[in-house]
Ligand binder design. Structure first.
Ligand code: ZN
Length: 377
């Protein structure tokens, strides 16, 4: 257990022993830092070669989309990453369809941001609205399961929806907002493997009251099919353009009147509450550590400043924290006592539930190859 371990914090980033899998070298530098720089060397392409590749990929996308309404799909959430993707996709002269997953938790600001950005850039939007009663039941199941990653249902549904729309509309390219600069530090003990449909099914079976009839899902086999047979590829565009988070925000504010919502993924009320309340209080995890650590490694924030920020409550606004808590409890349709009882349940491990991770791990070589086929890197 992380709590029984002697406390240690990385000498380079701000990851610490709240990451159950953290390992330090003799200099006190953690494995997250090391894997960050390994990935940067492999996946970040800010040089001329990267720019050439970007142009070549854009040409390929445009050619594949000839005669169709759209040549690529982008996911939009109203947040910085996906809004910045929209901006660059248009700059490349592409014709994207924006896809948004409405899981019932969008903040007003998120909806407002999506509208502003897409209207100004003349991008069509398709919104997939989840069946709220079914999705609520699944989200509650994950909360009750006491598994650390309560966001698996949403992240899975987003991925499934992007692939479904791509297949249905015969669009070959999904441009994603996943990027190294803000996301490359994320320990496996905090968030893992969102595509695990078996895990989702088993948790719903154990804790849920509803069958998952309409929930958009994608299994490893579906993904393999979409990739190998349909030839759909994902492209992490933000690894090919200079992505400085503050500068990106500035561009979005100045050009589109985009509004900052003050935290990574805080465009969703549940995500805000999960990261600001459930994770720190139930699991002893402050996810800002991972976000700051990635930005430190990217040279976009000083370690000392990150340490200072971490002293503050993840909810900068206490009133908002109370409001969100009340809202979440009411929206879930549970009582405050039921909520507190779930909060007190001990954390569980992924392996307490049937899942596909071992299968995924056993097939690492195949998956690596599959990823290379599925993603343009
Ligand atoms: Zn580190």
């Amino acid at each position: 257990m992380a709590q029984e371990r002697k406390y240690q914090i990385c000498s380079r980033c701000v990851m610490d022993t709240s990451d159950p899998g953290i390992i330090f070298d003799e200099q006190g530098v953690c494995n997250n830092c090391k894997s960050y720089f390994e990935r940067v060397a492999r996946e970040l392409h800010y040089d001329e070669k990267g720019r050439q590749k970007l142009r070549a990929v854009a040409q390929k996308i445009a050619a594949a989309g000839k005669g169709k309404d759209y040549d690529c799909i982008i996911g939009v959430s109203g947040g910085v990453d996906s809004s910045f993707v929209a901006y660059h996709v248009k700059r490349l002269g592409l014709r994207p369809l924006a896809v948004h997953l409405d899981n019932g938790w969008d903040s007003e600001l998120a909806v407002d941001n999506i509208e502003r950005i897409l209207r100004k850039m003349d991008i069509d939007l398709y919104t997939k609205v989840l069946d709220w009663e079914e999705f609520k039941d699944l989200q509650l199941s994950f909360f009750k399961s006491s598994l650390v990653d309560c966001e698996i249902p949403t992240d899975h549904a987003i991925m499934a929806t992007l692939y479904r729309e791509a297949r249905a509309r015969k669009i070959k390219y999904i441009i994603t907002g996943s990027n190294l600069v803000t996301e490359a530090v994320m320990p496996i003990g905090w968030a893992r493997f969102k595509i695990d449909w078996r895990l989702i099914k088993s948790i719903q079976k154990m804790y849920g009251g509803k069958a998952l009839k309409t929930f958009p899902h994608i299994s490893l086999v579906d993904l393999a099919y979409a990739t190998l047979i349909d030839g759909i590829k994902a492209f992490p565009l933000l690894n090919y353009v200079e992505y400085d988070k503050e500068k990106a925000k500035q561009i979005l504010v100045e050009k589109f009147g985009w509004k900052d919502y003050g935290g990574k993924h805080y465009e969703s009320v549940y995500t805000r509450f999960y990261q600001g309340y459930i994770l720190p209080k139930k699991f002893g995890i402050d996810k800002r550590r991972a976000h700051f650590s990635a930005l430190i490694c990217a040279g976009q924030i000083a370690r000392a400043d990150a340490l200072e920020f971490l002293k503050s409550d993840p909810y900068a606004d206490k009133k908002m924290s109370f409001r969100d808590k009340e809202y979440v409890i009411k929206k879930f349709g549970i009582t405050p006592d039921e909520f507190e009882a779930i909060m007190r349940l001990p954390a569980r491990d992924y392996n307490d539930f049937p899942n596909d991770y071992r299968f995924y791990n056993a097939l690492k070589g195949v998956v690596k190859f599959g990823k290379r086929v599925a993603t343009i890197n």
